[in-house]
Ligand binder design. Structure first.
Ligand code: GDP
Ligand code: MG
Length: 179
């Protein structure tokens, strides 16, 4: 049997307000590219990428919103079966930070796994006009038992780390990591 046939597949979601850089983070991670004019209307359904951590190999199926988040809500099937979630806000736009509670509520409503691992990502730290500082992001993440990292899809900062730490936590969580 080929190796790929026995790989665990993990479903990872990327959620958050429109324009925060979800698709850009995904493309930076999977294809190592960045498009400064990334169109809000173009979103993939999901991308698959293998990942190896501490001798564990998994296939990540990372789901993008395909722009549906502009209607403020995603379908229940989007959330179904996900082991990990990356919730993104834009550090230069406070309104996207203010919406985090709404996204967590939606996740709670539709998630089928109660112990889904959550990573909060403050994106666009390469920019100058920061409206949400690191401490605020960290505080929010702690309060909601989330992992936290600041990142830039443009400069690559924190992008690889965000996915790796998320998967590492999934591996450590009983019931989420099994063949
Ligand atoms: P989405 O709607 O959440 O998927 O956001 P997109 O990935 O489409 O990004 C929205 C806009 O922000 C695009 O013009 C991107 O080029 C830009 N963008 C995304 N990430 C970054 C980043 O880390 N830094 C900068 N400066 N711009 C970014
Ligand atoms: Mg998008």
């Amino acid at each position: 049997m080929a190796d790929q046939d026995i790989l665990t597949t993990l479903k990872i979601l990327i959620i958050g307000e429109s324009g925060v850089g979800k698709s850009s983070l995904l493309l930076r991670f999977t294809d190592d590219t960045f498009d400064p004019e990334q169109s809000a209307t173009i979103g993939v359904d999901f991308k698959v990428k293998p990942i190896s951590i501490d001798g564990n190999t998994a296939k990540l199926a990372i789901w993008d919103t395909a722009g549906q988040e502009r209607f403020r809500t995603l379908t229940p099937s989007y959330y179904r079966g996900a082991q990990g979630v990356i919730l993104v806000y834009d550090v230069t736009k406070r309104s996207t930070f203010a919406k985090l509670d709404m996204w967590l509520n939606e996740l709670d409503t539709y998630s089928t796994k109660t112990d889904v691992v959550k990573m909060l990502v403050g994106n666009k730290i390469d920019k100058e006009k920061i409206e949400v500082n690191r401490e605020e992001g960290l505080k929010f993440a702690r309060r909601h038992a989330m992992l936290f990292i600041e990142a830039s899809a443009k400069t690559k900062d924190g992008v690889q780390c965000a996915f790796e730490e998320l998967v590492q936590k999934i591996i450590q969580t009983p019931g989420l990591w099994e063949m």
